[in-house]
Design a protein around this ligand. Sequence first.
Ligand SMILES: [Zn+2]
Length: 293
Amino acid sequence: MIAIARISKAAVLGAAAFLFAAAGPLEIPANWTTPVAPFAVTDEIAYVGTEDLASYLIDTGSGLILIDVPMAENAALIEQNIAALGHTLSDVKIILITHAHFDHVGGVAKLRADTGARLLVSARDGALMAAGGKGDFHWGDALAYPTVAPDGEVIDGQKITLGAVTLTAHLTPGHTKGCTSWTMTAHVKGKPYNLLLTCSTSVPGYNLLNEPQYPNIIADYRASFKTLKALPCDILLAPHGSFIGLTEKRAALKANPDTNPFVDPALCKRHFAYFEDAFNNELAKELAAKPAP
Ligand SMILES: [Zn+2]
């Protein structure tokens, strides 16, 4: 129950910020820009994001893969975190994303320029990034960020290998049209686990029954929940730290390095049950409010 309350609070926060943005000036939650010292989540993955906006750095043994660079104003901080782990920026060979909202990719333009990495993105979110977030199906031009055109396209089921790591892309649209989740085998003290980095599945103020620029939105969310619930998952990572209890897990890991709290298969089930319920509740609310034909 504690964990559900935590997710609930985070989801509300995220939605509130987005709603605020649509209405007027954007109010950024403080924990979106609060620095945290980078730390190892698994043997090969380090967390290099802010307190709530995730950025994951994967050391493949033959270069680094960086997933998500939250908000343009956090880009320098992410670069400092990469350096603090003993890497140089040119070690980053590939940049991937979960989804093309400003709070998860606003810093990608700077990181790509400073690292020389190849940026690989799904077609539909790649188009949104090339437009700097403008022309979003729901937000229009309200949540813009520095434009950056991807170097290549990610398709469903695609495997991306660098060194010892292979990531598999799973297109899970809804939250954005090209929302991408990733799976890989990760290791904790050498032992392999199924890791799932899920894209966001929240419904941040969307009109599910009436998004003229995204008529398939309901079917896409449903298919994505089905996909995500079926993926093998011992370790769940997400674009927001609060979705996975990151702050608490980080503290627990520090207190007891022998037990890695990120290995948490129950969280995978709880996470998707929570967000699928929220989706169904939003849809039911819209259906109830819909005038009779
Ligand atoms: Zn988002």
